[in-house]
Design a protein. Structure first.
Length: 639
């Protein structure tokens, strides 16, 4: 969302005024459609590249404001929600010739520019859907880009949903948490592609974009990990929906749409229908000042900018978003593909976009409008299946025939994409090169997500989650810089982390989050069982609201057993032996401060609390594991 002139507050009067401006823009859009004012006969594509800024440990580096200030004069770069993200916008290009090679070259040149600028702050850039080393403690308002539009969206979102956002995503692991701001959105970075269409073809081509979303996403998946948990192959899809969900809970289930959406039905009528449906479903979040009267512009013979509609549209996050714009003085329509993740490499991203663009171009000719051939519910279910399982997804296609995603892609969709690119006059070498990457990636099954998951599985028995995430991020950066597509990447190795010293600066980088807890009215005998079977030296005691009320140590159990004997030991409640009001720390506590607290308080473990809730534990064993990792790294570096 690139606007800066946001209204700082949105009272009832300003809300009504801006809503009226949006409705006026919709009416003006209808007039323009009726008068056939739009550019047609031209096919352009464009792209937006989001990226993470990382420090020497490949952890988030909140240096975007400084980097942008040094990039002053390069209007292609802009802010994102978090100060550890940046966005690069490419100028639109006519879809012909060596357009994809041109995009690849331009992306590499501009990424190298920002990389060289970032190095002045000992920062690098990394292209990935979700950064493996990201922690929830990075997602504070302190790391929100200090511009009014981001604060306004955060405040409006919190006001509408009347409480924190709740995340529950299940995969091989599960994540279940609450977060009080939209900063969870900053976990996601994407590579967005734009496809210009004429008003006459908008509806069937938009429906094609919905149809092909699932197989394209399956082949491009690159975001399987969040906070060290293995979730969906494209976790961004679930995460983004939760982060910007403005729906408040209701006592009775109601039909309502999330603001991040795939859609509810095939499009019919015109592009106007898509915009009208958004306005009908979703309230205004933010307003801008100084919008023009579109009818005055039309009467003066000018093209109206429809700024109110564009601002509103930027706060409804369809995975395939209809867009209005002006290029060289002519209005146009385009479809923005928002589902593709950033990375794993530039060449992988450009290959993904070539696959999508080819299908967009040929789909209408090969399939017509899919409305009559497929239930929309199947297209939506396909999309969710692709997000969950990537190339392992089963997809329902025309006539309810089912395919394994790789079979559908290789047998039907790659030939179709090739035909579409040939129809547009794309150079044959470009077609062979970029679609060849999709073909080989699909044949090998090694998407970015599979590389991350398989690498993690290979490292997990020998390293902590923090060590594995550091190694994955570092290996991604090194292989990314080599330029080889992801299907050629060897698995990451634990020793590639190489930057672990900085990965242990805070306790949330390595604290234990798999916690075995008891209630205070349960038996001490249960604590003894947990300690024996799970090799624990501390068991935490919490109440029904996940609030810490005590801690039981191995030493306290030994003392109790010596005092009262085994027969009485089994009937003692936890409340009689637990240490009440234990010393605690926050996830952001530095490792040195945590060690000092343990020394000063003479304790061997520190429960970690966030907003009063138990989230982890650090102990003497934790620091021994860290010391072993660091000593191992030092030894490896000198031998």
């Amino acid at each position: 969302m690139g606007r800066h002139d946001i209204e700082p507050t949105l009272d009832s009067a300003s809300l009504r005024e801006f809503t009226k401006a949006v409705l006026d823009d919709l009416r003006a859009l209808k007039v323009m459609l009726d008068q056939d004012c739009f550019e047609k006969g031209v096919r352009r594509i464009g792209a937006e590249q989001e990226m993470f800024l990382v420090d020497k440990a490949c952890r988030p580096a909140p240096n975007a404001p400084q980097i942008l200030s040094r990039l002053n004069g390069h209007a292609d770069f802009t802010t994102e929600l978090a100060t550890f993200n940046l966005e690069l916008n490419l100028a639109p290009k006519t879809l012909t010739g060596k357009v994809f090679s041109t995009i690849e070259e331009e992306l590499n040149e501009k990424l190298e520019l920002v990389r060289n600028t970032a190095r002045e702050d000992e920062t690098d850039i990394l292209l990935t859907g979700i950064l493996p080393t990201l922690h929830e403690s990075d997602l504070t308002l302190d790391h929100m880009t200090p511009e009014p539009r981001y604060r306004a969206i955060n405040e409006a979102t919190n006001r509408l949903r009347k409480g924190p956002s709740r995340f529950r995503v299940e995969g091989a692991d599960e994540i279940h948490l609450e977060h009080g701001s939209v900063m969870m959105e900053a976990c996601n970075t994407s590579y967005q592609v734009h496809f210009q269409v004429s008003p006459q073809e908008f509806v069937p081509v938009y429906n094609i974009s919905q149809l092909i979303a699932a197989p394209v996403l399956a082949a491009a998946a690159n975001s399987p990990l969040l906070f060290g948990r293995r979730l969906w192959e494209e976790t961004r899809i679930a995460l983004f929906q939760h982060a910007i969900d403005t729906r408040a809970a209701t006592p009775i289930a109601r039909e309502s749409s999330p603001r991040v959406r795939f859609g509810e039905e095939w499009l019919s009528g015109s592009v106007l229908e898509a915009f009208q449906d958004e306005v009908a479903r979703f309230p205004v979040l933010v307003a801008i000042a100084g919008v023009e009267d579109p009818f005055e512009a039309l009467e003066d013979g000018r093209v109206p900018d429809l700024k109110a509609l564009q601002m509103y549209n930027s706060t409804v996050y369809s995975w395939n978003r209809p867009c209005y714009g002006i290029h060289d003085g002519l209005p146009h329509l385009r479809i923005e593909c928002r589902m593709l993740p950033a990375g794993p490499t530039v060449i992988d991203e450009v290959a993904n976009s070539a696959f999508w663009v080819g299908l967009m171009s040929e789909g209408m000719h090969a399939y017509g409008n899919p409305v009559e051939r497929m239930d929309f519910a199947d297209a939506k279910a396909n999309f969710l299946a692709a997000a969950r399982y990537g190339l392992r997804a089963g997809l329902t296609w025309f006539d309810r025939k089912t395919y394994a995603a790789p079979d559908l892609i290789r047998q039907e969709l790659l030939p179709m994409a090739r035909a579409g690119l040939e129809r547009e006059g794309v150079d044959s070498d470009d077609i062979d090169r970029f679609l060849g990457i999709i073909e080989t990636r699909t044949a090998t099954g090694q998407t970015g997500s599979r590389w991350l998951l398989d690498s993690f599985a290979g490292m997990k028995p020998r390293g902590t989650v923090s060590e594995c995430m550091a190694a994955l991020a570092t290996a991604t950066l090194e292989r990314q810089n080599s330029g080889a597509p992801v299907h050629e990447w060897p698995a990451a190795r634990l020793q590639e982390g190489g930057r672990w010293k900085m990965a242990y600066t805070r306790v949330d980088h390595y604290m234990t989050t798999e916690l075995f807890t008891v209630r205070q009215d349960e038996l001490v005998d249960l604590v003894a069982l947990l300690m024996d079977k799970k090799q624990l030296r501390h068991v935490l005691v919490e109440d029904e609201g996940n609030r810490l009320v005590g801690i039981v140590s191995y030493r306290s159990l030994i003392r109790l057993l010596a005092q009262i004997g085994l027969e009485k030991f089994t009937n003692v409640p936890v409340s009689d032996i637990m240490e009440k009001h234990p010393t605690t720390i926050s996830p952001e506590t530095s490792s040195l401060d945590a060690l000092e607290v343990m020394r000063k308080e003479r304790v061997s473990a520190l429960p970690v609390l966030k907003d009063g809730k138990l989230v982890g534990l650090v102990s003497e064993r934790s620091f021994m594991e860290v010391a072993h990792a660091l000593l191992t790294e030092e030894w490896a570096g000198t031998h």
